[in-house]
Design a protein around this ligand. Structure first.
Ligand code: GTQ
Length: 349
């Protein structure tokens, strides 16, 4: 037997395995793949399938006891990891009239995208914002936040939103801290609307000194976003893949509102047949208005309002819709861009 025969090599691998070593050359192609080859698969959650379970959860446990009453959307290929993509977490959170989800803070950044119901609020750093369907709300890393649904004269309604957090990313870095507040609802220091007035009108307070990586706006109201998309649909050429698509920004920097997550809203006009594109940021979509079909890596998925679906990294994606559709989406794009590894490719129309 010469030195490079299979048996001699196997025996060598077994010996070095004893002291936690392995030969790179057996794995190099997996460790440095020619193109993204993650486990994440395309998936769609129909809101009509999830909602009854969420409402049942509302009877099983209070928001107070659960702290956050959320059904987590797990990628079918990443079960047990609380991940919708390899870097991001998503869940549907329910808060019933009269409930408070008590104040806490953590290193993980969160976004909320309101799916159903009126009248709930999120409080962030001493200011409340009332949540309406289609609003995009953020809770910065290490900011105290609580959610509530005060009982109005009419009795109120269940409120549901999509939570997007960078939980898997922070876990990857082993960099997560968390704390509970000693009071359920944090004390308020500013009237509602202050942040939006200060930062949400293409202006900044004259002596403002940027203090964090996260946007000082914490509710980006749907009404304004919708109006911008509608105007652009009538006045500008369509982008062949995206229709009309805008990204949310931190007005201090022009970058993403949250350092770890980019967020987008797009409008697909009636009869839109989109060109195919792909990008390295696996993307979570939430359907705001309209029904249609998305083709992800050759799989046709039909969507209707309030559904959630996911396009994995580097899988081809295109839209085919008969009705006008509005889609919210988020991904880890700013992290990849900061690292210089983000890529995108678009088919010519
Ligand atoms: O609302 O603070 O879905 O801390 C998961 C973890 C929501 C929240 C989640 C959280 C929250």
């Amino acid at each position: 037997m010469n030195n490079n025969s299979k048996g001699v090599r196997e025996a060598f691998y077994q010996r070095i395995n004893e002291i936690n070593l392995f030969p790179l050359w057996e794995q190099l192609h997996n460790l440095v793949p020619q193109a993204p080859a993650g486990a994440c698969v395309p998936a769609l959650w129909r809101y009509s399938d999830v909602r009854p379970h969420l409402m049942e959860a509302g009877e099983l446990i209070t928001a107070q006891e659960a702290v956050r009453r959320v059904l987590v959307l797990e990628n079918p290929a990443l079960r047990g990891q609380a991940s919708i993509t390899s870097s991001l977490y998503a869940g549907l959170q329910l808060i019933l009239p009269g409930e408070i989800a008590p104040s806490h803070r953590h290193s993980q950044s969160a976004l909320r995208f309101v799916i159903e119901g009126q009248g709930a609020y999120t409080a962030v750093d001493g200011e409340r914002t009332t949540m309406s369907p289609g609003d995009f709300i953020i809770t910065p890393s290490w900011a105290w936040h609580d959610h509530g649904n005060p009982v109005e004269a009419e009795g109120g309604e269940p409120v549901v939103w999509l939570d997007g957090l960078d939980i898997p990313l922070v876990r990857f870095f082993d960099a997560g801290f968390a704390q509970n507040c000693d009071v359920a609802a944090q004390p308020l220091s500013r009237p509602e609307g202050t942040s939006l007035a200060r930062f949400g009108n293409n202006m900044l307070p004259v002596n403002h000194v940027p203090g964090s990586l996260t946007s000082p706006i914490f509710n980006y109201p749907y009404l304004r976003t919708r109006e911008a998309l509608d105007t652009l649909l009538r006045q500008s050429p369509l982008e062949p893949c995206d229709g009309v698509k805008l990204r949310y920004i931190n007005p201090e920097t022009g970058g993403s509102p949250i350092p770890t997550m980019a967020t987008f809203m797009q409008l697909l006009p009636r009869g839109f047949r989109g060109a195919t594109y792909r990008s390295t940021d696996a993307t979570v979509f939430s359907v705001v208005e309209g029904s249609g079909v998305v083709v992800i890596a050759g799989q046709r998925l039909s969507f209707t309002p309030k559904d959630t679906f996911i396009a994995p990294s580097w899988s081809s994606i295109s839209f085919e819709v008969d009705e006008e559709c509005v889609l919210f989406s988020f991904s880890d794009r700013p992290v990849q861009q900061a690292l210089g590894i983000w890529r995108e490719s678009r088919d010519p129309a």
